[in-house]
Design a protein around this ligand. Structure first.
Ligand code: ADP
Ligand code: MG
Length: 250
C-alpha cells in the first residue's frame, strides 16, 4: 500500500470539510480528485501534506502512520505539493524560489531555514544543482535567473511544480494546476504531469478542467460536501448517477 487514508475526517467548527473518507493513492498512477467547489478537495490535500491535523482517521504512507507527523517531516519522507494559488516569492528569481522553497519545506521553522542557509555552504551547492535539474525538467532553464513577477501564468505554474519536485518526492499533490491558463498551456502541463509519472513519480491531481482529468487520470475519486460519492476509472465516474447529480445540483 502506497498512501492510504482511513475514515479521514476534518471538522471546522460545525462544518465537516472532509467526512469519513477512505481512499488509497495508487503508486505510479495519476490519481485524480474532483468535486464541486467547497467539496473538501484542498482540505484533503492539507491533511495529507500535514498542514492540517485530522479530527479523526488515519493516514498511512508506505506502511508508516504519518497522521501526527509535521509537514516538514512528511516532505522529507517524500510527499510534496503545489497550492491552488501559487506560493512564490514574486520579487525573487525562479532559481532562488526553488532553493528557498526547498529549505522552507524541509525545515521545522523559518529560523531553522535561515540558520541552514548561513551554516551550510556545501548544502547550498547541492541545492543549486538540484534546482537546475528540476528547472530543466519543467522547461524553465532559460528563465532561471528571471524574477518570478516577470513570468507568464503558465511559467509560474511550472515554477510551482519545480518547487515541489526539488524535495525529491515520491508523491506529488497538485492542487488545480491548470486553473487560470489557456487550453494550449494546459496541454503543456498535461504532458509534464504524464512525464512525472513516467519518471516514476506518483501524482494526485485536483482539477476542475474535466477534459484534462478525462485525458490523463488513471482513476478518480469524487468528493461532494466532504464525502466520497464515487470512485473509479474516468469512464465509470462519468456515467455515475450520484456524480451527475452532484454537478447538476451544485
Ligand atoms: P475545495 O478545495 O473542494 O473547493 P476546500 O477544501 O477548500 O474545498 O473547502 C471545503 C470546506 O471547508 C469549505 O466550506 C471551506 O469554506 C471550508 N474550509 C476550508 N479551509 C478552512 C479553514 N481553514 N477554516 C474553516 N473552514 C475551512
Ligand atoms: Mg480547492
Amino acid at each position: 500500500m502506497f498512501l492510504r487514508v482511513e475514515r479521514l475526517t476534518k471538522r471546522f467548527g460545525g462544518l465537516l470539510a472532509v467526512n469519513d473518507v477512505t481512499f488509497s493513492i495508487e503508486q505510479g498512477k495519476i490519481n485524480a480528485i474532483i468535486g464541486p467547489n467547497g467539496a473538501g478537495k484542498s482540505t484533503f490535500f492539507n491533511l495529507i501534506s500535514g498542514l492540517h491535523r485530522p479530527t479523526s482517521g488515519t493516514i498511512t504512507f508506505k506502511g508508516r502512520d504519518i497522521t501526527r507527523l509535521p509537514a516538514n517531516e512528511r516532505a522529507k519522507l517524500g510527499i510534496a505539493r503545489t497550492f491552488q494559488t501559487t506560493h512564490l516569492f514574486e520579487q525573487a528569481t525562479v532559481m532562488d524560489n526553488v532553493i528557498i522553497g526547498h529549505r522552507l519545506r524541509t525545515s521545522s521553522n523559518l529560523f531553522d531555514a535561515i540558520l541552514r542557509t548561513k551554516r551550510h555552504r556545501r548544502e547550498e551547492q547541492a541545492c543549486k544543482e538540484k534546482a537546475m535539474e528540476v528547472l530543466d525538467f519543467v522547461g524553465l532553464t532559460d528563465v532561471a535567473d528571471r524574477m518570478v513577477a516577470n513570468l507568464s501564468q503558465e511559467q509560474k505554474k511550472r515554477a510551482a511544480f519545480a518547487l515541489a519536485l526539488a524535495t525529491d518526492p515520491e508523491l506529488v499533490l497538485l492542487d488545480e494546476p491548470a486553473a487560470g491558463i489557456n487550453p494550449d498551456e494546459t496541454e503543456g502541463l498535461e504532458e509534464l504531469i504524464v512525464n512525472m509519472v513516467q519518471r516514476g513519480l506518483t501524482v494526485c491531481l485536483i482539477e476542475h478542467k474535466m477534459s484534462m482529468i478525462m485525458k490523463i487520470a488513471d482513476r478518480i475519486m469524487v468528493l461532494n460536501y466532504g464525502e466520497k460519492i464515487a470512485e473509479g476509472t474516468p469512464e465509470e465516474v462519468k456515467n455515475n448517477e450520484a456524480v451527475i447529480q452532484a454537478y447538476l445540483g451544485g
